[in-house]
Write a protein that binds this ligand. Structure first.
Ligand SMILES: CC(=O)SCCNC(=O)CCNC(=O)[C@H](O)C(C)(C)COP(=O)(O)OP(=O)(O)OC[C@H]1O[C@@H](n2cnc3c(N)ncnc32)[C@H](O)[C@@H]1OP(=O)(O)O
Ligand SMILES: O=C([O-])CC(=O)C(=O)O
Length: 380
């Protein structure tokens, strides 16, 4: 047994997976061998889910049947919607509300019809289908509005935007959002996926794994950074400072730049590259390139400063927020939207891991005292 301490489990190999591969030196990401750029451009989120869950890209017929069965699961029980309203009234943060509501969904799931991998995928599909409904209902409740019923005729991406606003999205918004969902669907053993896997490795149900995954994703070192980036951009905007000056000051004050740095990527994240392109398209279409200017200026400055050379480059969270903001989506929904996509990866990894399961249980080096004399409470 090796006694080498690997803080943060950096580089530790704990499983084999066919699902996705991140090449951090070159800056590529593939899902089951398919390059993320191609999938983002040419495949829908539903196709990507099918690929991750069932192992191959679907035929047209398979996709139609899969997308229909997913859309049929979008309705959420009235009790869960009532809880969502209660949470909104209490001022709960959307990511925490999503965590609570996702956990509650299990009370209204009669269980999988089959056992094992297929059962995990069956329940995982229900969770994946219902998360957008929960999230949109939460946002509507915060605005004092009733929820909008899901429309089974719309795509996963299109239906979410519709439930948020009550207006069917235009083609560009739907496609851009669908692309963002594809980009966020899976990413090796990131912290939230590992969390879901650890939970799954005890043979707990997939609701527990997904609920844990949401919790892990919410933190500022992981998915929470997309909201932090947008808050930073607004802070800069409202300060009337030049973005580069602002970042200089922040760095001098010892602040990390959210949306930069990654455990695996030592070069720019390919998803950041694609999202930056989408931001460019959205800015050209709207005539407002404020966020594009700010983010590009910050990236250029940090590149000149040698940060990128040191391997601290833009990650997916650096550009996603500006894309969502350009689509009029509130800032604190960005991380829940990440979860709405990543649930596909969590479910896929739990199903894959449980098929050849071994309890995940590492160890810590004990650094406490060897022995201590117990003193009864009244004598301390
Ligand atoms: C979807 C995702 O989860 S993508 C990641 C989203 N998170 C963020 O964007 C938050 C900002 N980034 C970070 O905090 C980090 O880069 C992490 C947590 C993502 C990865 O970090 P780790 O692999 O654990 O690296 P670690 O935290 O040890 O940092 C290594 C060095 O890079 C520096 N560094 C890392 N990220 C940044 C950053 N964003 N800004 C400035 N310096 C940074 C650290 O200060 C450290 O420098 P040092 O060795 O001189 O002390
Ligand atoms: O892989 C990671 O550590 C974080 C990340 O980019 C993701 O989860 O998408």
């Amino acid at each position: 047994m090796s006694d080498e301490l690997k803080r943060g489990l950096e580089g530790v190999l704990v499983a084999e997976s066919e699902l996705s591969h991140v090449d951090g030196e070159v800056g590529t990401l593939v899902y089951r061998g398919y390059d993320i750029e191609e999938l983002a451009r040419d495949a829908s989120y539903e196709e990507v889910l099918y690929l991750l869950w069932y192992g191959s890209l679907p035929t047209r017929e398979e996709l139609e049947s899969f997308a229909t069965s997913l859309a049929d699961e979008r309705d959420v029980d009235e009790d869960v919607l009532a809880t969502v309203r209660t949470l909104a009234d209490a001022g709960e943060r959307p990511m925490a509300a999503l965590r609570t509501a996702t956990s509650m969904l299990s009370a209204y799931d009669d269980g999988a019809e089959v056992e094992g991998r297929e059962g995990t995928l069956e329940q995982g599909a229900r969770i994946t289908a219902k998360i957008p409904t929960v999230l949109a209902a939460f946002e509507r409740a915060r605005q004092g509005q009733p929820p909008i019923d899901p429309d089974p005729e719309l795509s996963h991406a299109g239906n979410f935007l519709y439930m948020l606003t009550g207006v069917e999205p235009d083609e560009v918004s739907e496609e851009t959002f669908d692309e963002a969902l594809t980009l966020h669907a899976d990413h090796g053993l990131n912290a939230s996926t590992f969390t879901a896997m650890v939970i799954g490795s005890t043979m707990a149900d997939v609701y527990s794994g997904v609920t844990g995954g949401i919790g892990a994703l919410s933190g500022s070192l992981h998915g929470g950074a997309n909201q932090d980036v947008m808050e930073l951009l607004y802070e800069i905007h409202e300060s009337d400072k030049d973005p580069v000056e602002w970042v200089k000051d922040a760095r001098e004050a010892g602040r990390r730049v959210p949306g930069f740095g990654h455990r695996v990527y030592k070069v720019k994240d390919p998803r950041a590259r694609i999202l930056q392109e989408r931001l460019r398209d959205l800015a050209a279409a709207s005539g407002d390139d404020t966020w594009l200017q700010y983010t590009t200026a910050i990236e250029e400055y940090l590149t000149e400063e040698g940060l990128v050379e040191k391997g601290i480059a833009p990650n997916v969270d650096f550009y996603s927020g500006s894309v969502y903001d350009s689509m009029g989506i509130p800032m604190d929904l960005y991380t829940p939207i990440f979860a709405m996509s990543r649930v596909g990866g969590w479910v896929a990894h739990v199903a894959e891991y449980q098929a050849d399961n071994r309890l995940i249980r590492p160890r810590a080096r004990y650094t406490g005292p060897d022995s201590a004399e117990f003193v009864p409470i009244d004598e301390r």
